[in-house]
Design a protein around this ligand. Sequence first.
Ligand SMILES: *Cc1c(COP(=O)(O)O)cnc(C)c1O
Length: 404
Amino acid sequence: MKNNNNKLLNQETLCIHAGKAKGDHKGALTTPLYQTSTFVFDSAEQGAARFAGEEEGYIYTRLGNPTTRELELKVAALEKMEDAAATATGMAAVSGAVLSFVEAGDHVIVSHAIYGCSFALFSHQFKKFGIDVTFVDMANKEALTAALKPNTKLLFAETPINPNLVVLDLQMIGDFCQQHNILSVVDNTFLSPILQTPVDFGIDIIIHSATKFLNGHGDVVAGIIVSSKENIAVIKSTILKDIGGTISPHDAWLILRGLKTLSIRMERHCKSAQTVAEYLHQHPMVKEVFYPGLPSHQGHKYLNNQMRGAGGVIGFELNGDVNTGRKFINSMNLFSLAVSLGDAESLIQHPASMTHSPYTQEERLAAGISDGLIRVSIGLEHTDDIIADLAQAFAHIENVTGKA
Ligand SMILES: *Cc1c(COP(=O)(O)O)cnc(C)c1O
């Protein structure tokens, strides 16, 4: 399959075929795993030409690998962008995308509600290197405009926001960044390119924790940065090469395998999460459900324009205190008590004490993450079984607390 035909193909087909190097790999149907650290040159001249960039070809796996390359081209095609750089973790994608374009003295604007370690990176690590960071509520255009400084270089956001699923207006953010000549970076982990392609709204750089939906099988930590050829060339020839957060070819190979089923997995995640969200919404022991598929949720108006689906993650609050939540989580049977999301297994976790513990309580409350919030990632099990597990946990806390 030639890459220049990608735009003619649908995403379901791209998941399976995009990025495959035609004619390579001795005719193998699937992408072989090039588990090699280095590549042998035919001659001293060839080695020199590759280092000088005068000849295409592989040098050393930190700089590039044929298995990794197919992953990069596949995700780039799915995001409708030119190129990509795969990384060792999602956090290597966040740090790589930002550090490649920002230096001491620059200012960046960051959504006040983001993944916990992204928050820690921006609020604690970058400070050490003289990068000025302003956190704002990006649902508020005035707050965004007020954060602007003459040295603002980059904006970083994620949508839907983890874990309360607040949806940001990507068109507004894309327009704002273009108007002020700011590089925009969006974390698209929660929806995957099947449900949202931020480039449609003028976003410059998209990052993913490939650990989550892209791989989908809970056996890899990895990330990817997607952008123009020019931006990816900068990332690969500077921060990724010299700081070294390159993906392992074995992990790239596992993600390529996972990606073949991405579109059908996302379809099922959305359908099941909708059923579960509706169940939780009507339950008397639930105070509030955060899921864009529910008409009561702030993000619902973005469905079918910005987002092609509401995704597989639901936040909800129980009536009761932190102990009620703990008892609930501890009585799950089918759900695994684990952070991460986007796996075949349904997962449950408590953001305030787990994924969002890098925030102080004050910062967390300002970002809309209450102490009682529970986050579930709805897996690929039958929804009857998922709901039965939730129902027995509700029955358990009802027995303990004696109230519905
Ligand atoms: C998990 C996650 C990350 C970090 O990815 P790792 O692969 O764990 O390094 C970043 N952003 C979001 C939204 C995530 O869910």
